[in-house]
Design a binder for this molecule. Structure first.
Ligand code: PEP
Ligand code: MG
Length: 929
């Protein structure tokens, strides 16, 4: 059977076929075909690489075709491969469809042997350069093609420098480099049992094989796994054979790298560095300091003009900022490589906006070229990228951004120290809803347990505060007020920096870069809103959250978690009273005290979101989350009992002293008198009795409320049905707040959402409660409030009964945090800490389903639910408010599944807006994929 075609010259290759020719090969073909000066060469395809792995040798026809093509290069350059007079040297470069910088091998100066070495010395009139190229080639070829340990060559280099008392490689003379080459050749002989191959074709064949092999080298395989590069994205490496050109041929020669625009700022100006009379390695090795490209305008004005022209032509061809390498050999500019430039996010945004204005990009292209997740980093303070500090420990990057502060181990201390003007970082094993004031007070949150959807992570993200979770290298001892990391002890008050973007924790304060919502970002996101179909709402619980969400472009609130309001330190005692109440009347009395507070909350949020929908979720978490834990209470009670005993002992002190010495009480009569007076006054207050009684009552209640599995227990609508006073108060607070706003001329669109619903009957009961309150509010306030009524869809049965739920619900909001948990039967708090990383690493699951929506399972349930729901109610509005609502891949699915909106925490809104636009633009491909 005939082999397919494995070789394409740069004049022939299809420049758009990166899969076949690799990115570098396709680029070289494109540039050659555009008429740019590229040294002659050809590409051996990725198919040849695959064939090599199949047959464990190079395809039969390959080397014959390679010889023909080398012949063609010899003719084009007038040089001879291995020639003693005018040698052709080549580079053998890897290059796959996806850029994998530094992961695969490349060999330079191939074709050198003892005779072509002489030719090179003569042609360059520079024997030192020739010997340097020779020793480098032996070293590179020895390592890559012959598999010799690099350390042996390095040791020989160190030895020769020591022998001649030389500090730097560059100071070696031609003669010393010749001697070094001899030693390198001896290493090759000793290690392989054969002399270094001097036949250039043998060198070439072995180099091609070595480059192919590097595709399956450990580095490359790890890289592909890490960046999830599948076979569909890149399969095998191509090999590019290119005639070498030299930038060290005199003052009219140079070498450099350029960006068509500034990759740090996005500014529309050529950017890069160059060196005259130098080779690429001089730049890489830092031997000479390169000059900014702008200097070339004076030093080599003609060539600078050519470079500017090259820049324009590359951008016009690729419609993308390019990162290119060039060499000037005796006044002739060659382009050796071009690829899409890697820029920081700010530069990406700016270039999108400017390149559209310049007519280079369409709006669609300008939006599609930026990865939405990159935007998340733009709106939070980040560590100064120039820092060199080593992290103290690593955990999960749970909420992006970085902040420094003094360690505190509990929320109360966080609040006190914050009030005293200190910046603090809340460090806990894990957090609970009652820690909320600690979140408000802290700059950042660090937990030693819990995953990216743990309480700490979700709350921190909602507030836009940095959080590192699951940092299990830190062992926290709250009672002793210290934490241990390795053999280091951290104390309360020590300064640390938490980087929630990377998951790293550092000792001391680090310098930061502040975020800003700059004009180009606003422009880009306004285009995204024009093209997107999905609306982006916010998960926001307070007026401050709402204001931030608006600033980031939210079109409403999709989830206002009311429990966050209950955790306010002023309210928590009233909430606890409500929970501890023994009768509906007592409960109602506590609830009534909460009503005006909740009403104020909603009023402020409605005002902040005037004209936009606000979805209020009725209380969701189990009651015991508002109470202290059993161990906390036991600790407090035993303290109070100790205190009682201690005060009694003080009362008995005079008698005790008298026993010891009858004179003693007389000596201390004054002190004892005052102490006893104080104690009498203290006992009269009965403070300790009251505290003890309250503690004991609370402990009893906590024992009663303890559930084996609280997340599946007495929470959500189940709580609302057993204690109707609570939902009644919340609904009243929403509707009365809306009535006040209407009277003040503020348009409000309240939506009431019921959590944890599994049956339509639950909805029916809450709906009739809401309707009755609505009537009452209308009568008392004299205004009619319209509200939408909807259901969270977060338990499996809700999906399966979606048709009947839609008879009552005007909207569904998928709570995919709980729905993922329920669909997998994974506890989200435990899974991320224990087995999920292994599941993902070993490929059982492609992604963490708590981060990226599990389209095949959870997504399937959602599609059923949407279908059945809309069958009953065609205008059913459907959204998502789980963490997935801010994750780009999940947003893509939401577009496909026909959702109306996604809702996510404020800092994720810009990324979600872009992702929503991209999801619409790529909708068709999603159908096909
Ligand atoms: C959900 O389950 O997705 C949700 C939004 O609710 P919570 O995370 O508050 O349980
Ligand atoms: Mg939920």
């Amino acid at each position: 059977m005939n082999d397919p075609r494995f070789i394409y010259t740069f004049d022939e290759g299809d420049a758009d076929n990166r899969m076949l020719l690799g990115g570098k090969g396709a680029g070289l073909c494109a540039m050659t075909q555009m008429g740019l000066d590229v040294p002659p060469g050809f590409v051996i395809t990725t198919e040849a690489c695959i064939k090599y792995f199949e047959c464990r040798r190079l395809p039969e026809s390959l080397m014959g075709a390679v010889r023909t093509q080398i012949g063609a290069i010899e003719r084009k350059t007038g040089k001879g491969f291995g020639s003693e007079t005018n040698p052709l040297l080549i580079s053998v470069r890897s290059g796959s469809a996806m850029s994998m910088p530094g992961m695969m091998d490349t060999i330079l100066n191939l074709g050198l042997n003892p005779s072509s070495l002489k030719g090179l010395a003569r042609a360059t009139d520079n024997p030192r350069f020739a010997y340097d190229a020779w020793r480098r080639f032996i070293q590179l070829f020895g390592k890559i093609a012959l598999g010799i340990d690099e350390a042996l060559f390095d040791a020989a280099m160190v030895a020769i420098k020591r022998q001649y008392g030389i500090a730097q490689d560059v100071d070696l003379t031609a003669e010393q480099l010749r001697e070094l080459s001899e030693r390198f050749l001896a290493i090759v002989l000793e290690q392989t049992g054969a002399a270094f191959p001097s036949d250039p074709y043998e060198q070439l064949e072995r180099s091609i094989e070595a480059v192919f092999r590097s595709w399956n080298g450990k580095r490359a395989v790890d890289y592909r796994r890490q960046f999830r590069i599948s076979k569909e994205m890149a399969n095998g490496t191509a090999v590019n054979i290119v005639a070498m050109v030299f930038g060290n041929m005199g003052a009219d020669s140079a070498t450099g790298v350029g960006f068509t625009r500034n990759p740090e700022t996005g500014e529309n100006a050529i950017y890069g560095e160059y060196l005259t009379n130098a080779q690429g390695e001089d730049v890489v090795a830092g031997i000479r300091t390169p000059k900014p490209i702008a200097d070339m305008a004076d030093e080599m004005p003609g060539l600078y003009r050519q470079l500017i022209e090259l820049r324009g032509r590359l951008e016009a061809r690729y419609k993308e900022v390019q990162d290119f390498e060039f060499t000037i050999e005796k006044g002739r500019l060659y382009c050796l490589q071009t690829r899409n430039g890697k820029m920081n996010t700010r530069a990406m945004v700016r270039t999108s906006v400017e390149m559209l204005a310049e007519g280079l990009l369409s709006k669609e292209h300008a939006l599609l070229r930026i990865a939405p997740t990159q935007l998340e980093q733009l709106l939070v303070p980040t560590l100064d990228p120039k820092h060199k500090a080593e992290p103290l420990a690593r955990g999960l990057p749970a909420s992006p951004g970085a902040a420094s502060g003094r360690i505190v181990f509990d929320a109360d201390t966080a609040e006190q120290r914050r009030k005293a003007g200190e910046k603090v970082v809340l460090v806990r094993e894990e957090t609970k809803p009652e820690d909320i004031h600690g979140f408000f007070a802290a700059q950042a949150i660090l937990t030693s347990r819990g995953g990216k959807t743990s309480h700490a992570a979700v709350v921190a993200r909602g507030m836009g505060k940095p959080c590192v979770s699951g940092c299990d290298a830190i062992r926290i001892d709250v009672r002793e007020r210290h934490a241990e990391v390795g053999n280091m002890t951290l104390h309360e008050g020590d300064l640390i920096t938490v980087d929630g973007t990377t998951g790293c924790v550092y000792l001391d304060q680090m310098s930061m870069v502040e975020p800003e919502f700059f004009p180009e970002l606003k422009t880009l996101l306004s285009w995204a809103d024009e093209l997107a179909q999905l609306k982006v709402y916010a998960n926001a619980d307070t007026p401050t959250d709402a204001a931030l969400a608006l600033q980031y472009g939210a079109k409403g609130i999709g989830l206002c978690r009311t429990e966050r309001m209950f955790n306010d330190p002023q309210r928590l005692p009233i909430v606890q009273e409500m929970i501890l109440a023994d009768s509906p009347e007592a409960r109602r009395a506590a609830v009534e005290r909460l009503l005006p507070m909740q009403r104020e909350d909603f009023k402020s949020i409605f005002k902040a979101m005037a004209g936009l929908p606000v979805t209020v979720r009725l209380l969701d978490p189990p009651m015991h989350e508002f109470l202290p834990t059993v161990s906390q209470l036991e600790f407090e009670i035993s303290h109070l009992r100790h205190l009682r005993r201690a005060t009694r002992s003080v009362a008995e002190l005079p008698d005790t002293l008298r026993l010891l010495d009858p004179e003693l009480p007389r000596v201390y009569v004054d002190i004892l008198g005052r102490l006893q007076e104080g104690l009498v006054r203290y006992h009269q207050t009965q403070r300790d009795d009251a505290l003890l009684a309250r503690g004991e009552a609370m402990l009893k209640k906590v024992h009663q409320l303890v559930e084996v599995n609280p997340m599946l227990g007495h929470r959500g609508v189940r709580l609302g049905i057993t204690y109707p006073e609570i939902y009644e108060m919340q609904i009243r607070a929403v509707l009365e707040a809306a009535a006040y706003c209407i009277k003040e001329g503020i348009t409000t669109h309240p939506e009431i959402m019921v959590p944890q619903v599994c049956d339509a009957e639950e909805l029916r009961r809450i709906k009739s409660l809401a309707d009755a309150i609505k009537e009452d509010v209308a009568t008392r306030q004299g205004v009619e409030v319209h509200f939408k009524f909807g259901s969270m869809v977060e338990v499996v049965r809700a999906c399966l009964r979606a048709g009947s739920l839609a008879e009552l619900a005007e909207f569904f909001s998928f709570g995919t945090n709980d729905l993922t948990q329920a669909t997998f039967s994974f506890s989200r708090e435990d899974a991320e800490n224990k087995f999920l990383p292994l599941y993902v690493q070993s490929g059982i699951l492609a992604q963490n389903p708590f981060e990226v929506l599990d389209v095949e399972g959870v997504g399937q349930l959602m599609r059923f639910a949407i279908g059945w729901g809309r069958e009953k109610r065609p205008d059913l509005v459907v959204g998502i408010c789980g963490e997935h609502g801010g994750e780009p891949e999940s947003i893509r699915f939401c577009q496909y599944a026909g959702l109306d909106y996604v809702s996510c925490s404020a800092p994720r809104i810009p990324a979600a807006r872009l992702a929503a636009a991209q999801a619409k633009l790529r909708e068709k491909q999603y159908h096909d994929s």
